[in-house]
Design a protein around this ligand. Sequence first.
Ligand code: THU
Length: 159
Amino acid sequence: MKHEHFEIDYHLVPFEELPEADRLLVEKAKEATYTSFSPYSHFRVGAALRMENGEVYLGSNQENASFTTGLCAERTAIFYATAKNPGAAVTDIAIAARGTDGEYTAEPTSPCGACRQVLAEIEHRAGRPMRLLLYSRTGIIVIESVGALLPLQFNGDNL
Ligand code: THU
């Protein structure tokens, strides 16, 4: 029997120490929380992503009375962006959230499993890393590739 393991590298960076382009994307993700439709969870999530052509797209979580039909901020943003730019790579995605108290969260908001699957496949298809910027009031988690959050990922190559 052979033992293997996965490790995830990430940086925890104070907002002021982020490069300007990252700060801008994080600010956009924070702004996007204000377009969230979340009367059921009251958890407002915003996502902002940058494409390789420099264009920035925003999304927010969109809930529904039939709960399971709602969509997370990340997938709202990325499906819109890839529909507008078929074949183009997403280079960076920032995520921010405000909790039930209306304040930005003290802990970073990390993409759910379904979003990891979607983001990782789009990254894999593009053949270049998609950086993640996970915002919290105390610092931003920076991960250089979304694939790191989904080891042993299932993608089109497996079909
Ligand atoms: N949500 C997101 O939009 N993104 C995440 O990364 C985590 C969860 C949404 C789904 C639902 O509308 C609400 O947050 C509570 O789970």
